[in-house]
Design a protein around this ligand. Structure first.
Ligand code: F6R
Length: 612
């Protein structure tokens, strides 16, 4: 998705903006641009199609563009093809208003017609040019200041936006507005920053303002004033970001994804410890007191992508430990099926970014229907975190690689903590089992460490299959949920077509696709399902498949039936997803590397999906 940055202060703006944009590259983009004001002079706009390096080159690393105030943008095309002309910043006809925007303007056509009627000429195919010119139109028509002109625009516009604007008459000032798109504002001494995400400004400041929906701000002289739609100042305090700046850097790894895979033991421990106090899981800070949990009769989980796969794991784990029915639904589907929720229902939304539009809208819908909502979110202060009644923050730190690994793992831990605690409250987990489950969760980090230590084995296997066209994943029960995630990891970063099937479903259709040499990866972590899955493996082997099994140490007789095995340590079966997913993450990673793909920024994908 698009990323925006802005800076006004005592330093040269362009290098800071380029640096900020480089930290937002993970969001996915096809072009980039900056606009810089040098005092009273007209803004200088530089844009480049393709990678950010092109913009670095065009501006001599930013050094050739002088000025202390500027805005920048990485564009992920929605309206209009990727091109220099469609790239942001956009400008009004006389350069009175210069703007960057992340989001989508829904009534774009209607506003475009209006502007054309008023004599405006359009040079691009973007909704942002319309937005920019509409601000200019209201600014001139009503002869008002920037805040009023932006407020009038906001009233006319339908859609989502994080908007940053510079006005010709106001050098050294940046104005912003937000609705449903991520935006944070930072201050440090006499400098002000804005960005779509924390890593872009973390090097410069930790003091940020979270600007709410339908609010605007004026940034100038190291100060940020926040306004509501009426133009009144909204008093706000800064929040301190506690993320380690280094956590947003590669730290010696070749790719963020590999770094983030290695961070999993630590973030799992951190996430669990955040709710583990004096030998007990304590969820009161996430709104789950014993009293609240007693009321839970059924759970609806909404999420997208990998977070949805966490929901699939949750369904098995919570239903088994708590005997509470759990329904998992893709957030994009949930919204449109007129969900039957009431104030008796409990909805869990899972999201790393906290900005996924479908998940956010699902939370809004659930709240409107009266349900109690809990968000499991990684990014503090994100839209979903603010929307939900309560938040369980995963402590995964900034996740930069587009393909999630550590956030997925942290979300699993949040689910385990909820499941074990809910099972205790429901009287289904006695003291001895409670202690056992806690110890098993606490033992996961060391076990993951051990799996990562053996990563060369996965690399060796991956290299053999680097040119596969199709790969299948099969498993039963919880192993099926793990396969879904393994398959997504593979297809999104290696571009190899892959599918995950519940092993028992194979003979109902998919087995027709099995041919000589096709790789079938099976997960076998659930003792009760081991034999059933091995017989499904035999079925595909008989039709020419090459088999790779992921199973626990001890199942050595599997080597008689499969071509390759990767062993993982044993843990309580409810928590095996945390271990089995790691070789699958590594498999996706090494296949991607072997195929020469940009692991951290796969094509067509964005880290935070802020459109429907
Ligand atoms: C896959 C991946 C995506 C996200 C999905 C939801 O590796 O990262 O499938 O899981 O886009 O994103 P969040 O968790 O930010 O809501």
């Amino acid at each position: 998705m698009c990323g925006i940055v802005g800076y006004v202060g005592k330093n040269q703006a362009a290098p800071i903006l380029l640096d900020g944009l480089s930290k937002l590259e993970y969001r996915g983009y096809d072009s980039a641009g900056i606009a810089i004001r040098d005092g009273e002079k007209e803004a200088e706009v530089v844009k480049a199609k393709g990678k950010l390096i092109n913009l670095y080159e065009k501006t001599n690393n930013g050094n050739d563009v002088k000025g202390h105030c500027g805005i920048g943008h990485t564009r992920w095309a929605t309206h209009g093809e990727p091109s220099e002309i469609n790239a942001h910043p956009h400008v009004s006809d006389d350069m009175n208003v210069v703007a960057v925007h992340n989001g989508i303007i829904e009534n774009y056509q209607e506003l475009k017609d209006k502007l054309i009627r008023k004599g405006y000429e359009l040079y691009s195919e973007t909704d942002t040019e319309i937005l920019t010119k509409l601000v200019d139109y209201y600014y001139k028509k009503y002869k008002v200041g920037p805040i009023d002109a932006i407020a009038k625009t906001m009233v006319r516009v339908r859609g989502t936006y994080a908007l940053a604007v510079m006005f010709k008459d106001y050098p050294d000032e940046i104005y912003v507005a937000r609705k449903d798109s991520p935006l944070i504002l930072g201050v440090a001494d006499s400098d002000c920053f804005l960005a779509s995400d924390v890593p872009a400004i973390l090097k410069y400041t930790r003091n940020v303002y979270y600007i709410d929906n339908l609010e605007m701000a004026r940034m100038h002289d190291g100060k940020i004033d926040i306004y509501n739609l009426d133009g009144d100042i909204v008093p706000k305090d800064t929040t301190e970001i506690t993320w380690d700046a280094e956590a947003a850097e590669k730290g010696g790894y070749e790719h963020f994804m590999m770094k983030e895979i290695h961070e999993q033991p630590k973030i799992i421990a951190d996430t669990f410890n955040s709710v583990y106090k004096d030998g007990k899981i304590n969820l009161s800070e996430v709104g789950l007191t014993d009293e609240e949990m007693e009321k839970i009769k059924k759970i609806e989980i909404v999420a997208c992508g990998s977070a949805y796969h966490v929901g699939m794991v949750a369904q098995y784990v919570i239903e088994d430990l708590c005997r509470v029915p759990v329904r998992v639904e893709l957030a994009s589907e949930f919204r449109y099926r007129k969900p039957l929720l009431t104030d008796e229902d409990f909805v869990i939304a899972i999201s790393q970014s906290g900005e996924t539009e479908d998940t956010k809208k699902a939370v809004v819908e659930a709240k409107e229907l009266g349900a109690n909502t809990l968000a499991i979110v990684n990014v503090v202060g994100s839209s979903i975190a603010r929307e939900a009644d309560n938040v369980f923050y995963t402590l995964a730190g900034p996740e930069i690689s587009v393909a999630t690994t550590k956030a997925y793992s942290a979300q699993l831990i949040a689910i385990y903590a909820i499941a074990v605690e809910l099972g205790r409250v429901k009287g289904l987990i006695d003291d001895a089992m409670y202690k056992h489950y806690i110890e098993e969760i606490q033992a996961l980090p060391d076990k993951i460490e051990k799996i990562i230590e053996n990563k060369e084995r996965i690399q060796w296997i991956a290299n053999k299959f680097a040119y596969s066209k199709d790969v299948f994943f099969i498993g039963r029960g919880l192993d099926y949920a793990i396969c879904l995630e393994g398959s997504l990891k593979m297809k999104e970063i290696s571009y190899i077509h892959s599918e995950a099937y519940a092993a028992g479903e194979l003979k109902h259709g998919p087995i027709a696709l099995i041919d000589d040499g096709i790789l079938v990866i099976s997960c076998l972590t659930q003792e009760g399902l081991y034999e059933k899955t091995t017989s499904n493996m035999t079925e595909v082997k008989a039709r020419g498949a090459v088999l790779l099994a992921v199973t626990t140490y001890g199942h050595y007789n599997i080597e008689d039936n499969v071509n390759y095995v990767t062993y993982i340590p044993k843990a309580d079966e409810h928590f095996m997803a945390s271990l089995a997913v790691v070789p699958l993450q590594l498999m996706g990673y090494y296949l991607s590397v072997a195929r020469g793909i940009d692991v951290d920024k796969p094509k067509n994908l964005a880290k935070s999906v802020t459109v429907e």
